[in-house]
Ligand binder design. Structure first.
Ligand SMILES: O=c1ccn([C@@H]2O[C@H](COP(=O)(O)O)[C@@H](O)[C@H]2O)c(=O)[nH]1
Length: 241
């Protein structure tokens, strides 16, 4: 069983490698995972991923691939060579796209290496039920849609999904306890929700059964990021499900 720190992913949402490095220095020795998303990857590229791997971090490359199956397959084949630990696609791309992404990842993983975990974003944690119904034209509850997407991701041979912690019990019930849940939308008590809607505190997310929690601005935009990280690590101790 992993320790709690290994189940915390810090979202390095920064505009440059230099700015991300300020935060990375605070993470040294904590054993947390790092999540590199579009902002940092498009600015700093594959070199930054290699630097994080050389420093010993587990890396979730959060590029949310969403395209036709052939393109998703090619994208994953290229990403597989970076040595990251986890990558993702949007489940809204459908079954064939997710299968193609998995195949591309398998094909691109150098022999003798483990293929990165592949997970699918269900509904973004910034999406409310009203937005989903009225803007995206998807009827029904967010929970039903998330579970439907999770089942599809499992059918495509993926390892898990991204969802709000609030949906984790339903996902585990539908897809089994080994199916991974990676949950952003984490807000420690007293922090601003900002653009996120389906949120919980770090400890509640673990109590609901999240395998990994993703935390960005509550650390990166805090007045004292080191203290913010320390407080979160203290809060989650003992809250594992
Ligand atoms: O549904 C999703 C999928 C991905 N994210 C990403 O997680 C972090 C959250 O950052 P905060 O600052 O803690 O809100 C960010 O990188 C998103 O791109 C998500 O929030 N929701």
């Amino acid at each position: 069983m992993m320790n709690m720190n290994e189940r915390i992913m810090v979202a390095l949402d920064y505009p440059s490698a230099q700015e991300a490095d300020h935060c990375v220095r605070l993470l040294e020795g904590t054993g947390v995972y790092v999540k590199i998303g579009m902002q940092l990857y498009y600015a700093a590229g594959p070199d930054y991923i290699r630097q994080m791997k050389d420093k010993g971090y587990s890396v979730f490359l959060d590029l949310k691939v969403h395209d036709i199956p052939n393109t998703a397959r090619g994208a994953m084949q290229s990403l597989a060579s970076l040595g990251v630990d986890m990558v993702n696609v949007h489940a809204a791309g459908g079954l064939k796209m997710m299968e193609a992404a998995r195949e591309g990842l398998e094909k691109g993983t150098p022999s003798g290496q483990k293929r990165p975990l592949l997970i699918a974003v269900t509904q973004l944690t910034s999406t409310t039920e009203a937005m989903m119904n009225d803007e995206l034209g998807i009827a029904g509850s967010v929970e039903d849609c998330v579970v439907q997407y999770a089942k599809l991701a499992k059918q495509a041979g993926l390892d898990g999904v991204v969802a709000s912690p609030k949906e984790v019990p339903l996902i585990k019930e539908a897809c089994g306890s080994a199916f991974l849940t990676v949950t952003p939308g984490i807000r420690p008590k007293g922090t601003d929700a900002g653009d996120q809607h389906r949120i919980t505190t770090p400890s509640d997310a673990f109590k609901l059964g999240s395998d990994y929690i993703v935390i960005g601005r509550a650390i990166t935009q805090a007045a004292d990021p080191k203290q913010a990280l320390h407080t979160i690590l203290e809060e989650v101790k003992g809250s594992a499900n």
